[in-house]
Design a protein around this ligand. Structure first.
Ligand SMILES: Cc1ncc(COP(=O)(O)O)c(C=O)c1O
Length: 387
């Protein structure tokens, strides 16, 4: 006979908090998105045309940027930005803690990434560490607005001004985030976005760059499409990093809902702050002062000294209770094998975070029942593993 009680972890044969797992993500396509794509398919105009132009204009306006250009994905958005601003051999300050593309595309541009540590409370790139790592060869800053939260834009803009650096903000995870009362498109030289399927605005694949300078906008446009200034006249070497109008139509249709969905994410984050904050040993993510986060991910810090288990054991137990989690990221960017050649910049916080964080389900479809399940599961698992 089983000796399991209500407080026995589901992992050890107890009853799970919820037999139906909380969805980690929410399918994002609505019927109107599908219809929007069908209209384009029926029109026969498959290449970048009116729908890409509409997405560019509307997205730029929503983020307080002057110009927007769609492109194939967030990686090509970074390639366009770096290609427009940097020369091979330039040293670029990059986050030690981000998704790899922010850094790997610096390498792909022939530049030298200089790793900057992140802050312990926000997980964002640390401007003070960036300032320490400026050398005579530094030409730029590539800062990620990670998990939906802006970096300390004031501090990076001041550093850039002092040393005449160009700034790219990778906002792949931060559609519609704000800083100091303005959209993040108002700051820096170029802001890049990804519309990968799971992003706050997902089109499958897709990307966008914004900027506020007419000449830069022209350069980005040339790089995006083989440097073509007239039919088959190529002014400079460029690429084909264009979006297509099917993707553009899905993007426009989803953009109609993005503000409402962002508000739902922000409300969910406020609930999680209470739930997570009530558990000794777990710390909610802090938001950069003056920043308004859009919560692509809600990433919690796990204090290994306060529990008898590892972070992975804790997450396995949560999963068994009906709460799936994920780790963003299981390895710091600075510690990726592909970047080992450039890993010589002392970034202890980033390197230790991979064993100390996990992300809770975060999307606009979380319900009261989901919040209750998550709260109960966290309390139960934390209680079972209390040190
Ligand atoms: C911070 C960051 N930068 C860049 C990218 C690359 O975007 P994409 O997958 O659209 O190429 C991602 C995608 O996950 C990302 O999270």
């Amino acid at each position: 006979m089983s000796t399991a009680t209500a407080s026995t972890l589901a992992l050890r044969g107890g009853t799970p908090v919820s037999a139906t797992p909380v969805p980690f993500m929410k399918p994002q396509l609505h019927e109107e998105d599908i219809q929007a794509a069908i209209v384009v398919l029926r029109s026969g105009m498959l290449r970048a045309s009116k729908k890409c132009a509409e997405l560019e204009e509307r997205f730029a306006a929503l983020t307080d940027a002057r110009h927007g250009l769609t492109c194939a994905n967030g990686t090509t958005a970074l390639q366009l930005a770096y290609g427009a601003l940097f020369e091979p051999g330039d040293e670029i300050l990059v986050p030690a803690w981000t998704y790899i593309a922010t850094v790997s595309m610096v390498v792909a541009a022939g530049c030298v990434p200089v790793f900057v540590d992140c802050l312990e409370d926000t997980f964002q790139m640390d401007p003070a560490d960036a300032a320490r790592k400026v050398t005579a060869k530094t030409r730029g800053i590539a800062a990620t607005h990670l998990y939906g939260c802006p970096v300390d834009i004031d501090a990076f803009e001041a550093l850039a001004k002092k040393h005449k650096l160009r700034v790219v903000y990778d906002a792949a995870q931060s559609h519609l985030a704000r800083f100091g009362g303005s959209g993040i498109g108002a700051y820096g030289d170029i802001v890049t976005y990804s519309f990968y399927a799971t992003k706050n605005l997902g089109t499958g694949e897709g990307g966008l760059v914004t900027c506020n300078d007419d000449t830069l906008n022209r350069d980005l446009g040339l790089l995006r499409s083989h440097g073509e200034t007239d039919k088959y006249l190529h002014e400079r070497i460029g690429f084909n990093y264009r979006m297509n109008d099917i993707t553009g139509a899905i993007g426009c249709s989803r953009l109609d809902r993005l503000e409402a969905e962002t508000k739902a994410r922000q409300a969910a984050a406020a609930r999680f702050d209470e739930i997570v904050g009530a558990i000794d040993g777990l710390t909610p993510p802090a938001v950069t002062p003056k920043g308004e986060a859009v919560w692509h991910l809600y990433t919690v810090k796990f204090d290994t000294d306060r529990f008898t288990c590892t972070r992975d054991e804790f997450c396995d137990a949560l999963k068994a209770e009906g709460v799936p989690t994920a780790v963003h990221y299981p390895r710091a960017t600075v510690d990726q094998p592909a970047l080992s050649k450039w890993n010589r910049h002392n970034t202890p916080i980033a390197s230790s975070l991979s064993a100390r964080v996990f992300s809770l389900p975060m999307h606009h479809g979380l319900t009261e029942e989901h919040f209750r399940t998550i709260a109960d599961a966290l309390e139960k698992v934390a209680g079972a593993y209390r040190a």
